[in-house]
Design a protein around this ligand. Structure first.
Ligand code: LP5
Ligand code: MN
Length: 257
């Protein structure tokens, strides 16, 4: 017998999780531990996990088999093998995550932007860097390094050479950021409105700017939301949860052994 009393009901909460900007690197072991714990426990309760870019601090090719990369790949594989759908978007640090990575982990490639329906709410997912159109130097740099020929030439180089080049990019980027006015590294409001209009979306979820907030805006007289995800750092993180028609942010912290 079933269905006679509420106590016999099995409540299956379909949960969708969104994270971004973990910047995993061997120099940040607490954040790596937090992510591995998240994949093994919290993410298992979900139906679907979206990782919206910059999972890694830098990705220089799928053949870079460092202990960190191998461990994270195996942990993602375990999650997808357990039946959780995991969709991964490229960020500006890990846009070279390639076919082998997706095949080995069982993650699905999520284009930037991607439109999904969250309980019939048209929701647009992006990493966020494409929205920072006031940062012209970055957009020009982005166009260059997203050129498939440039990427192919980079991937032909030795791992040692690629590591050195990535470190140089990171250093130059840091110098450039320090010299830029803060406001040009945030999203451009016109660009946000334009992309929401183009996709007919009423919610935009993105990361990249490290300015977590929930913004309310208007697109052609219709209310829309822009949800900015938090970066993870020093063993602290955050996951955006969509369940039972509602949104909430859940803080995450490395558990002490
Ligand atoms: O990364 P973050 O958040 O600090 O800054 C970003 C923008 N910077 C970048 C660069 C990445 O950090 C570099 C990551 C490299 C990892 C993978 C290497 C694979 C290379 C493959 C090549 C095919 O994305 C930063 C933005 C900021 O976000 C905010 O939006 O401002 O943009 C820049 O700093 C770009 C500069 O404005 C212009 C470009 C600098 C020129 C660098 C040339 C170095 C050449 C060295 C060659 C050896
Ligand atoms: Mn980013």
């Amino acid at each position: 017998m079933h269905g006679d009393s509420p106590s016999n009901e099995v409540h299956l909460r379909a949960e969708t999780l969104f994270i971004s900007d973990l910047h995993l690197s061997p120099e940040r072991p607490a954040t790596v531990d937090l992510f591995l714990d998240f994949l093994a426990v919290r993410a298992r309760q979900a139906t679907c996990l979206y990782i919206l870019g910059d999972l890694f601090d830098a990705w220089i090719g799928d053949d870079d088999e460092t202990p960190l990369n191998t461990t994270v790949r195996a942990a993602l594989r375990k999650l997808t093998a357990a039946g959780v759908n995991c969709a991964l978007m490229h960020g500006n640090r890990d846009f070279l995550l390639g076919r082998a990575f997706f095949r080995d982990t069982g993650c699905q490639r999520c284009a930037d932007p991607t439109l999904i329906q969250c309980d019939s709410e048209p929701t647009l997912l992006m990493h966020g860097d494409l929205l920072c159109t006031d940062d012209r130097a970055y957009q020009q740099f982005r166009r260059q390094i997203r050129n498939p020929v440039v990427q192919r030439l980079f991937l032909w180089k030795s791992l040692k050479k690629r590591q050195a080049m990535a470190a140089e990019y990171r250093r130059k980027s840091g110098d450039a950021n320090a010299a830029k006015p803060k406001q040009i590294m945030d999203v451009n409001q016109e660009t946000v409105i334009d992309v929401l209009r183009r996709f007919g979306a009423t919610r935009l979820i993105h990361g990249h700017t490290h300015r977590p907030a929930d913004h309310l805006l208007w697109v052609d007289g219709r209310q829309a939301h822009r949800t900015v995800l938090s970066e993870w750092h020093d063993g602290h993180g955050e996951v955006l949860v969509r369940t039972s028609g509602a949104w909430r942010r859940e803080p995450l912290k490395t558990r002490l052994p």
